[in-house]
Design a protein around this ligand. Structure first.
Ligand SMILES: O=C(O)CCC(=O)C(=O)O
Ligand SMILES: [Fe+2]
Length: 307
């Protein structure tokens, strides 16, 4: 049984337009559980940012650019905080959306990072781009099953003054750039995209679901003393090894126990841990995994051991 918080219409919009804004996807208790973790990770920067006004570093007529400073408070999962923030990218309703969108029962979480932005720390305005460059060495797939679902989850209210993502649905960008050339929109195309951009502004708990083929851009934070806390979660279908970001074991020194000790087998499967009943599981692999992760609940795996 999939835990769905989306409608078939949401999936249709994601597929046709490349993006859909899911307002109020997480409830307030789910948001409240994660917020202390954001404060633990980024709270120091938050107090430094109190009362700061916006900065504008754009050259004349420029929409925006990527800068390193936009990524100063950006960290890959797992996080040195509680299990709440560590499990939120694996929320069953996100997994259900990804499975329906990608037409499959088996998905992998390939990227998750937390990201804090603060008014005045830099100018967060970016130019329009698609995100595929650091998710694949090729380009976005035409075949839906080979695509990606990229979620941005909001943990603070994201108004336009708090740097809401702006995007252009495919039906509007197709007549500006077409879909054959998406790497380097010209200055005129940037302006044309800007004239039809839509805002992803929404309350805490909302989720912006998009793909690596949709034009979008980060925007500046202008609210005095404002901050924005978001977390990304990106999925592809199992077996789609043309997409990548993190090889999770590369980060083995990070606090995986928050996830492994608390996630369900279905959530762990999204990280490449085989489901109960998979031929990987033997008495020995279960014993060795328990040695490695003493807090892991091995019982569902043991129950389906095929000896
Ligand atoms: O943070 C955002 O709103 C979007 C940023 C973005 O699109 C990017 O850095 O690729
Ligand atoms: Fe982007």
């Amino acid at each position: 049984m999939l835990t769905r918080r989306h409608t078939p219409e949401d999936i249709r919009s994601w597929r046709q337009e490349g993006a859909v804004l899911l307002k109020g996807f997480l409830d307030s208790a789910e948001v409240a559980a994660v917020l202390p973790d954001f404060h633990q990770l980024y709270g120091q920067d938050l107090s430094a940012a109190r009362d700061r006004g916006a900065v504008d570093l754009k050259a004349n007529g420029e929409i925006g650019v990527f800068t390193r400073d936009q990524f100063l408070h950006f960290d890959d999962m797992p996080f040195e905080a509680s299990s709440a923030i560590n499990l939120i990218a694996l929320h069953p309703a996100l997994i259900a959306f990804a499975k329906d969108a990608l037409h499959t029962d088996d998905v992998r979480l390939y990227q998750s990072h937390s990201w804090a932005k603060f008014t005045g720390e830099t100018d967060y305005d970016q130019a329009f781009h698609c995100d595929f460059k650091n998710h694949t060495l090729t380009v976005p797939a035409d075949d839906t099953g080979l695509q990606t679902v990229n979620f941005m989850i909001y943990f603070t209210e994201v108004t336009d003054a708090h740097g809401a993502i702006h995007f252009v649905p495919h039906s509007l960008s197709d007549s500006i750039t077409g879909r054959d050339r998406t790497m380097f929109p010209t200055a005129d195309q940037q302006l044309a995209l800007r004239s039809v951009e839509q805002s992803g502004a929404a309350g805490a708990g909302s989720v912006f679901a998009y793909g690596i083929d949709v034009f979008h851009r980060g925007t500046n934070l202008t609210a005095t003393g404002g901050h924005r806390f978001t977390l990304t979660a990106s999925y592809h279908a199992a077996g789609n090894d043309m997409i990548g970001w993190s090889a999770w074991p590369y980060w083995f020194r990070k606090p995986w126990h928050h996830i492994i000790n608390n996630a369900s087998p279905d959530q762990l499967a999204c990280l490449g841990i085989p489901v109960p009943g998979h031929r990987f599981w033997t008495s020995r692999t279960i014993a060795r995994t328990r040695e490695r992760w003493p807090g892991w609940n091995h019982l569902p795996y043991e129950a389906l051991l095929r000896n």
